[in-house]
Design a protein around this ligand. Structure first.
Ligand SMILES: Cc1cc2nc3c(=O)[nH]c(=O)nc-3n(C[C@H](O)[C@H](O)[C@H](O)COP(=O)(O)OP(=O)(O)OC[C@H]3O[C@@H](n4cnc5c(N)ncnc54)[C@H](O)[C@@H]3O)c2cc1C
Length: 405
């Protein structure tokens, strides 16, 4: 199959228009004028790294100290932008609205860093409720889960480091496997997919092992379980290929969600402090090259790998769209998926949807205190270190001008 992945964004489209990510009318048509203005205000605030730092610090403390109005303030601003609601039921409106614009929803309960066994069970039950809701909604094909919401972090850290667990810790690890298995078994029963998020590299090996075991058990007739490959890690492209070979040899299909990776600074800092080579690529270009090579690999084997291209990068999305069109693949094939986070890169999501590609928004939900770490990550991702206007803000301004508001 001829490679189409070396295209440049500014090259003329060889086969006519594939997708126009600069169309802000389509990108923001689901927002009223006042919603658009509110979004502009929010992204302006987030554009300042200083304000983001202050917000992150204050929000964490205010929630801990249960200061009055904190929840209300967060809910009216950043929560509304990036979160579907407090509960599953409250997400229904968001799910329906997205579906009106041909966009699917991936439900993501925002719990992370739990340690109490009862709390961990509750996260499992919440994931199972989300699966039931997905089963009754054509517009929700997948739910997402985080292993750190289902077991104590230190158990994963010890497992990853090869430290022998004592009897109690072994039991806790077995409980984790039971929880993941109950989630995946319920998902298989209902034909709903499960994305398992990737986390810090020093806890990732046991996550990968459990996820591969679940894929082997449940990905026989269709892909139910997906692992996440952080392509900012030097070793991930080889791992993706190895996992694919293993799956093929053992008669199951691979579910692969590709992301660049969310913990770069933390990873580099830890590596430096502890004196080991950072697992992260030295340059952004290397991350981009490996990301696109990973996408290309999955596309070339799309009958055996169900792919989710989880990115806000224009070029990585355009390259995949172009590959699908030029190779005359079915845009609605269940293995050819695009996904962006709710509240971000609407120009990518809704323009892809408009052109008939299969695209979803990751919609996190949960009480404010649970989703605060997620919201802080989103605010940091949208703040501009160089002082330039963020890509979201540039598009929002363009749409304001177009609407003359
Ligand atoms: C649907 C969805 C699900 C996600 N799930 C996960 C998940 O499970 N686990 C997870 O970790 N993240 C997850 N993410 C977050 C994702 O990793 C970040 O959104 C992503 O890193 C931003 O990259 P981008 O592809 O949008 O493109 P860009 O904005 O082009 O790339 C930014 C990324 O490139 C990398 N990078 C930047 N500078 C350098 C450098 N100097 N050297 C090397 N690399 C560099 C970093 O990863 C940085 O985040 C998810 C994102 C989406 C959209």
């Amino acid at each position: 199959m001829e490679s189409t992945m070396n295209v440049k964004l500014d090259e003329p489209e060889p086969s006519g228009k594939i997708v126009d990510f600069s169309n802000t009318q389509i990108a923001f048509s689901f927002k009223t004028d006042s919603e658009l203005k509110r979004t502009v205000f929010l992204f302006k605030m987030m554009n300042s790294p200083f304000l983001v730092k202050v917000f992150s610090f204050l929000a964490l403390w205010a929630i801990k100290l249960r200061l009055p109005f904190t929840e209300y303030l967060i809910k009216q601003t950043i929560f509304k932008q990036f979160v579907g609601g407090d509960t599953l039921l409250q997400c229904q409106k968001t799910i329906d609205l997205l579906y009106d614009f041909d966009t699917l929803t991936i439900l993501d309960y925002g719990a992370e860093g739990k340690s109490d066994e009862d709390d961990l069970d509750q996260v499992m039950f919440e994931n199972m409720r989300a699966i039931e809701m997905a089963a009754s909604n054509n517009s929700v094909p997948v739910i997402s889960t985080k292993i750190t919401g289902l077991v104590r972090n230190e158990i994963l850290e010890k497992k990853h480091a090869g430290i022998v667990l004592n009897q109690h810790e072994t039991e806790l690890f077995e409980h984790l496997i039971e929880r993941v298995d109950r989630i995946c078994s319920k998902a298989a029963e209902h034909g709903v997919g499960v994305f398992i998020d990737a986390e810090e590299s020093w806890i990732q090996d046991p996550i990968d092992e459990i996820t591969m075991d679940m894929m082997e058990k449940y990905n026989n007739e269709k892909v139910i379980v997906y692992n996440t490959y952080q392509m900012y890690q030097k070793a991930k492209l080889d791992q993706l290929k190895r996992d694919h070979t293993y799956a093929k040899t053992n008669g199951f299909m691979l579910g692969a969600k590709l992301v660049r990776g969310a913990y770069m600074e933390k990873e580099n800092k830890r590596a430096q402090q502890m004196g080991y080579p950072s697992p992260i690529h030295e340059t952004k270009q290397n991350t981009d090259d490996h990301y696109d090579e990973g996408i290309q690999y999955c596309l070339e084997h799309y009958e055996e790998i169900s792919l989710c291209n989880a990115s806000h990068n224009l070029l990585s999305n355009l390259k995949m769209a172009r590959y699908i069109v030029e190779n005359e693949l079915d845009k609605s094939h269940s293995h050819l998926n695009f996904c962006q986070l709710y509240g971000m890169s609407d120009n990518i999501t809704f323009n892809l949807a408009h052109e008939g590609f299969t695209v979803a928004k990751y919609v996190p939900y949960g009480p404010v205190k649970e989703v605060i770490p997620y919201l802080i990550r989103r605010a940091q991702e949208n703040s501009s270190v160089t002082g330039e206007t963020s890509r979201e803000l540039t598009l929002l301004h363009k749409e304001m001008e177009r609407r003359k508001i």
